[in-house]
Design a protein around this ligand. Structure first.
Ligand code: ZN
Length: 147
């Protein structure tokens, strides 16, 4: 088995694990931002809730509810995991990075490399919408009320 195949299998395992047992399902204790998003081409629907710090510039917690395919749920769960403790500015940069990842033009740095498991999805345009749904929703949630 080649290294590439190993990497692909590990990605699939991680996606399955996070879709079966998401750790960030639910609603944040305090809801500063919330946004629903859907991907009609697959039937994925998620609602994100975001809790910010008192200055409103750092994400303290992020949770999601909804249903969808394994990729959309795993993406939301891994996104939530990666975003806790990040500033809003960093989060918006990560949205751009994820878009780049889906175009095969960018990769997350090593401390965020779990998010690179979605690299393989970039080959399947239909699945790209599943993987990016939560990121689009997040951007809308963070920008909708302005600063
Ligand atoms: Zn989907």
């Amino acid at each position: 088995m080649t290294t590439l195949n190993n990497r692909r299998n590990l990605s699939q395992q991680l996606i399955l694990e996070h879709s079966k047992k998401p750790r960030h399902r639910g609603k944040t204790e305090i809801i500063h931002r919330s946004k629903c998003g859907d991907n009609p081409s697959c039937g994925d629907k998620i609602e994100l809730t975001v809790q910010l710090n008192s200055e409103g510039n750092v994400i303290e917690d992020i949770k999601f509810e909804g249903e969808g395919c394994a990729i959309s749920i795993a993406s939301a769960d891994l996104m939530a995991e990666a975003l806790c403790g990040k500033s809003v500015t960093e989060a918006l940069e990560m949205v751009l990075c994820f878009r780049g990842l889906m175009k095969g033009e960018a990769e997350f740095p090593s401390k965020l490399n779990k998010l690179n498991v979605f690299q393989g999805v970039a080959q399947f345009p239909v699945r790209v919408k599943c993987a990016t749904l939560c990121w689009h929703t997040l951007r809308a949630a963070l920008e909708v009320e302005g600063f």
